[in-house]
Design a protein around this ligand. Structure first.
Ligand code: SF4
Ligand code: SF4
Ligand code: SF4
Length: 368
């Protein structure tokens, strides 16, 4: 029993060294989370893997680190394949070669639990994040996602950079593209609090390298570029907030709401929610054109718009520049305004995590 506890603690400490931390919490909920997903044997194997954005090690690379446990190469391969299928590690197959690697907790293992969630896992997840839901963004100042404007809010093509224009981001990608169920909305369904903005669940979009695990393991649905563009159109029409990976070559596109998305819900409770979002825009209202219809108040997922005595006010501490209100204003009284200081996303997903890791090291050093 003592050994069992030790292997989970060893895994937690190993995961806590990744760019996005997996720290200890009072009451040990982090160990409970690991126990719900990993057997002790799987936890032991996971402590001997390495994290990288895309899995990079073969069975031959990994085996020497586990040989002393008495496991055969064949047994290790079977275990790694099962762990990949359970969404505990990252997996990639190229030709006949399989690559394995650790996954972050979020974005990673939790998202890989889509279609496999349990009530107990969700309860522990809530407890894990309750105290500090956006701790990592707060700490490094670098989000794994960013917010970009919905297409209908862009009034002049040249007013947005290519990396903030969703159609251009999709157009320039060669795919593959997949649709996956939204893990946040599945979480809320299990809690008996279904999404108030959309009834659809199959609306999360994976692009390029990120999709391979889903395709190889038979998860998610591989679709064409046209089908992706149609899904984005529906997501925008329903008033969802577009959040791609915080890179210029995007690996995924989340379409979020203020009732289900872990990031939006977590930030909404903060005094200045905007601090937790990477965005290049905010909204302003032309009072002369506004008809005081209240649509912007209804559609804003961040509770940033208020209508008092017929006058609309946008709280810039809450506005994340998603453009949903602009696209829905019947009087064309709203406009997106570019922030003075522009955030240029890192070129690739790998560059993003290199930046986060670098920042994390600096902070760890300063804290010593
Ligand atoms: S971040 Fe948004 S789209 Fe992505 S899984 Fe959560 S709610 Fe769904
Ligand atoms: S949606 Fe437009 S017209 Fe309606 S209250 Fe908001 S700013 Fe005014
Ligand atoms: S006011 Fe709300 S809906 Fe409009 S851009 Fe800001 S956050 Fe988005």
């Amino acid at each position: 029993m003592v050994e069992e506890v030790d292997v989970y603690r060893e895994l937690q400490r190993h995961m806590d060294t990744f760019p996005i931390r997996f720290p200890e919490r009072e009451g040990g909920v982090e160990i409970r989370l690991l126990k719900r997903l990993f057997t002790p044997h799987e936890a032991k194997i996971a402590t001997k893997l390495k994290w990288s954005v895309y899995p990079s090690e073969t069975l031959d690379d990994i085996y020497p680190r586990l040989k002393a446990t008495g496991i055969s190469k064949e047994e290790l391969e079977n275990s790694l394949d099962e762990m990949a299928q359970k969404g505990l590690i990252l997996y990639l197959k190229e030709g006949d070669t399989k690559y394995y690697g650790n996954a972050l907790w979020v974005i990673g293992i939790y998202e890989l639990q889509v279609d496999k969630l349990t009530k107990e896992l969700i309860e522990d997840m809530d407890q894990f994040y309750n105290a500090r839901p956006l701790q990592e963004i707060q700490r490094t100042g670098i989000g794994q996602l960013r917010t970009i404007p919905v297409e209908q809010s862009i009034k002049r093509e040249d007013s947005v950079a290519n990396y903030d224009n969703i159609r251009q981001l999709i157009d320039k990608s060669d795919g593959p593209f997949i649709l996956v169920n939204c893990v946040c909305r599945q979480t809320k369904d299990i809690k008996g609090e279904p999404c108030k903005v959309t009834n659809r669940r199959n609306l999360c979009i994976g692009i390029g390298g990120f999709t391979k695990q889903y395709i190889d393991l038979g998860w998610g649905q591989e679709v064409t570029k046209e089908e992706i563009l149609e899904t984005i159109r529906q997501n925008e029409e329903e008033g969802l907030v577009l959040q791609p990976s915080n890179s210029q070559d995007i690996d995924f596109l989340c379409s979020c709401c203020g009732c289900c998305c872990g990031g939006l819900v977590g930030a909404k409770g903060a005094p200045r929610p905007v601090d937790y979002f990477t965005t290049n825009y905010f909204t302003e209202v032309d009072a002369d054109l506004c008809s005081s219809c209240g649509t912007c108040v209804e559609v804003c997922q961040m509770d940033a718009a208020t209508l008092i005595d017929g006058i609309v006010t946008i709280n810039l501490d809450r506005c994340i520049g998603c453009g949903v209100c602009v696209a829905n204003c019947p009087s064309e009284a709203m406009n997106l305004v570019k922030k003075e200081k522009e955030h240029v996303p890192p070129e690739t997903f790998e560059d993003l995590y290199a930046q986060i890791e670098q920042r994390r090291k600096e902070l760890d050093k300063a804290a010593k």
